[in-house]
Ligand binder design. Structure first.
Ligand code: HEM
Length: 386
């Protein structure tokens, strides 16, 4: 997609798509939009425009799942939900996971070593983030594999979906996951423990707590947001390293480079290519006025390659790039990714241990991509480990 983004940034940085939504591709504009008062609530789309979007099925970039989760809510609901979740999802609770993440990674690397190699996506990139979030929640005995499958279906709501049958499948998966999640919450109420789910159940501020529906929605969001994006960071990041041997060598030589390297990987190949906003007032970006009630796609991955922000080597992976952390892969403003610290921790631990363990890590076959436009990532990454 990167050449297309470059063309848009040059020729139509605020692009009115014929199907009725807008696409914003420059760093400055994406940043301004995310920090503006633009809405995330679907009900704010101009009703004529929404009808238009719905009729043209292929343009339904639509989580029609318009629920209680914070990512679909504006202030003041958003502020309240996020604050209650943040009470449970603290920096301390994330840091405390480091040893467990290390253990999980080592176990997965052991299995890869035994085989002399593996497809890194099913062997590590996909199971790791899912297991971490399930552990952190203190998920009770349940059908974890089913939850993972459902999460894989629901995440497709972030793609432009053409087929009504697929929309139906997504809605069914969402309903089924809601049932499984309520069952887990009911179990957890009877068996409280020192974990995130218990902390979410108990989180309180001035007598205000999350309702049952709200709990279900936030936990579903944590499962999906915590899993599907981090897979791409691990897989796309490894892929980028293996295609840039001199960068890989630099990282092997200097462990202190890791934090910046992870952010550069996020900038270089962003796990979530875009997010969406709905304008509430006329909004001028790059001299173009977007009317109120318009659906606007903020192309995060394009902003992250904008030479006007990053310089002429914006398309180059440079693990020591100064200020890589200013990328927009985690969004910006009030909805800035709540799990950014967790994602960074998982990636640092994974890359550190994988590179130490496998000095001869190399590509061992054809890499395939998942074919998604938004949650875009490597689907299959065969590696050999010598
Ligand atoms: C929000 C990206 C990992 C939980 C977001 C947003 C982005 C993002 C771009 C903002 C969406 C918007 O503005 O519309 C990513 C990436 C990740 C990642 C690239 C991995 C590399 C995680 C993890 C968790 C998580 C591990 C939790 C376990 C959330 C939540 C929100 C969010 C709860 C909603 C925040 C809000 O609405 O206030 N993420 N995320 N994410 N993310 Fe992440």
């Amino acid at each position: 997609p990167y050449p297309q983004y470059a063309t848009l940034r040059e020729t139509a940085p605020v692009y009115p798509h014929p199907l009725g939504f807008w696409v914003v591709t420059r760093y400055e504009d994406v940043f301004a939009l995310l920090r503006s008062g633009a809405s995330v609530e679907l009900r704010n789309v101009d009703s004529g425009a929404l009808e238009n979007l719905r009729q043209k099925d292929e343009s339904r970039k639509t989580p029609l799942i318009d629920g209680f989760s914070m990512i679909d809510r504006d202030a003041p609901d958003h502020t309240r939900l996020r604050r209650l979740v943040q009470k449970a999802f603290t920096p301390k609770s994330i840091q405390a996971l480091a040893p467990r993440i290390g253990e999980l990674v080592d176990g997965m690397l052991d299995r890869i070593a035994d085989e002399g190699g593996a497809d890194l996506v099913p062997a590590l990139a996909s199971p790791l983030p899912f297991t971490v979030i399930a552990d952190m929640l203190g998920a009770p005995p349940t059908d974890h594999e089913r939850i993972r499958e459902l999460s894989g279906v629901i995440v497709r709501s972030l793609e432009p979906v053409a087929d009504p049958a697929v929309m139906q499948e997504i809605e069914n998966a969402d309903a089924e996951l809601a049932v499984l999640t309520s069952e887990m919450i009911a179990w957890k109420r009877r068996n409280p423990a020192d974990d995130l789910m218990t902390a979410l159940i108990e989180a309180e501020e001035d007598g205000d707590k999350l309702s049952d529906d709200e709990l279900v929605a936030q936990i579903q969001l944590l499962y999906i947001a915590g899993h599907e994006t981090t897979v791409n960071l691990l897989a796309n990041g490894t892929h980028a390293l293996l295609r840039h041997p001199e960068q890989l060598a630099a990282l092997r030589a200097d462990a202190d480079l890791m934090p910046n390297a992870v952010d550069e990987m996020l900038r270089y190949d962003s796990p979530l290519q875009s997010s969406r906003r709905i304008t509430l007032e006329p909004t001028v970006l790059s001299g173009v006025e977007i009317p109120p009630g318009a659906m606007v796609v903020a192309a995060l991955a394009s902003a992250n390659r904008d030479a006007a922000r990053w310089g002429e080597d914006a398309d180059t992976l440079r693990l020591d790039r100064e200020g890589a952390r200013a990328h927009l892969a985690f969004g910006s403003g009030s909805h800035h990714c709540l799990g950014a610290a967790l994602a960074r921790l998982e990636a640092s631990i994974t890359f550190e241990r994988m590179l130490k363990r496998f000095p001869d890590l190399s590509l061992a076959g054809d890499v395939t991509w998942n074919g998604r436009i938004n949650v875009r990532g490597v689907a299959s990454l065969p590696v050999s480990v010598g």
